[in-house]
Design a protein around this ligand. Structure first.
Ligand SMILES: *Cc1c(COP(=O)(O)O)cnc(C)c1O
Length: 417
């Protein structure tokens, strides 16, 4: 063990971790491309891209350079009363690539806060119109929208991460996604009864990520848009997982031809370098705040919102999406993952194998011994982080075929043992 690890680890509180029983984390020394080098010299091929943020691989020179350049000019300046070039440029660029109608960008520093802001925006949208009973949200089973209090309340309540807080959280409605006739009928019946108490519908388009890597389709998303239109609800697409090429389109809602009223972005926004998130609203939503009444303003303002280093990184990341064909790469990865992980079909305990864009999933039944599984993957020289009953890959979109082959054959080998 290294010095800094010995000294510092006793003071670290890790995410989602029972600190008493969990194995110690590995000491990471360096990253490059799709590799993580540990302090003891071992090298791991990364299948997760640090919670799917590092879409161009780690340490991409173009992003690193943009951050260094910005650091010399102005690392940060408050966005209250001041605007800077990187944030302004990024806002205009995001609006240009998002589906039509989304025109106003509110920056924050994490996906959870971006969703909180979306929920506040949608709630206040109605309050500003003097409609006071539209205060609840409709969200979906299998969904994940963050770990803060408002976002916990719209995650799948049985999914495990937040069950402890049941009864303490604000109450919203979480029902099955209307994917086929039966759930669609229940969805319609629900809206008939409850639509007038709803501010909006909140969904992860096409892939429900951290809730279980569950796929749904364009048709389901269009059904949500149609229902939102019928009952005048705001449709919020949480693209914190799906945005920036993960599903094979730049944004998942765009693949479905669905224009949301509000979209949330995070994770891949800075190419895995700095924390930055955004909540983007349509003109219609923004107009509800445009008033001579100061109390109609959106009262939110994270201290580091629009951080100049992070915005510079995001602008550089968008350069790379423009110059290099990431979406083609995502589609190719999906094709590879579908075939290569398909070798798991028929293994004992494998319930399902699926791939879409740069997301590959092996679903197990029953749930495995996660710590043992994680240890086996490290022994194989790969960084794969199963959760609950899900073994998944969300690699950098730039990952090479050899690395992908190593990742998938490790999964096949470990699950075969
Ligand atoms: C990760 C995630 C969030 C939360 O983002 P943080 O940056 O971890 O707060 C919200 N929504 C979705 C869909 C996510 O995948």
């Amino acid at each position: 063990m290294t010095d800094w690890f010995e000294r510092g680890f006793p003071h670290i509180w890790l995410p989602y971790t029972q600190m008493k029983t969990a194995p110690a984390p590995l000491a990471a020394a360096r990253t490059l491309g799709s590799r993580i080098t540990l302090a003891d010299g071992r090298e791991l091929i990364d299948g997760i891209a640090s919670w799917w943020t590092a879409v161009h691989g780690y340490n991409h020179p173009h992003i690193v350079e943009a951050i260094q350049k910005q650091a010399r000019v102005m690392p940060h300046v408050m966005l209250g009363g001041l605007l800077h070039e990187q944030a302004a440029t990024l806002a205009a660029r995001l609006v240009a690539i998002l589906p039509g109608g989304l025109t106003r960008v509110f920056f924050s520093d994490s996906g959870s806060v971006a969703v909180e802001v979306a929920m506040k925006m949608a709630t206040q949208y109605w309050l500003n119109k003097n409609i006071r009973k539209r205060t609840k949200f409709l969200a979906f089973k299998g969904g994940y929208h963050g770990d803060t209090f408002a976002t916990m309340a719209v995650c799948d309540p049985e999914e495990g991460m937040h069950t402890l807080f049941a009864g303490i959280l604000p109450e919203h409605h979480v029902i099955a996604l209307p994917r086929e006739a039966e759930t669609a009928a229940a969805f319609d019946a629900f809206l008939e009864r409850h639509a007038d108490e709803l501010a909006g519908i909140l969904v992860e388009p096409l892939v429900q990520g951290a809730g279980g890597m569950i796929f749904h389709d364009e048709h389901t998303l269009r059904r949500l848009r149609a229902a939102a239109d019928k009952y005048e609800l705001l449709l919020i697409c949480d693209e914190v997982f799906t945005g920036f090429g993960r599903t094979g389109a730049m944004f998942a809602c765009e693949a479905a031809g669905v224009a949301p009223d509000i979209v949330t972005l995070g994770k891949g926004l800075t190419g895995g370098t700095l924390p930055l998130a955004a909540t983007v609203a349509t003109q219609k939503v923004f107009d509800a705040f445009w008033s001579d009444d100061p109390s109609h303003a959106l009262m939110h303002g994270p201290t580091y919102m629009g951080n100049a280093l992070a915005c510079a990184a995001a602008n550089a990341s968008l350069d790379l999406f423009e110059r290099e064909n990431r979406l083609r790469q995502a589609a190719d990865i999906g094709e590879f993952l579908g075939k290569a992980l398909g070798r798991c079909i028929g293994l004992p305990n494998v319930a399902d194998v699926r791939a879409r864009g740069a997301v590959g999933v092996v679903e197990l039944d029953p749930a495995p011994d996660l710590n043992a599984l994680k240890r086996r993957f490290v022994e194989e020289g790969v960084w794969v982080r199963p959760f609950r009953n899900i073994v998944y890959l969300t690699p950098a979109l730039t990952i090479g075929e050899e690395d992908l082959e190593k990742l998938t054959s490790s999964i096949v080998r470990v699950l075969s043992a």
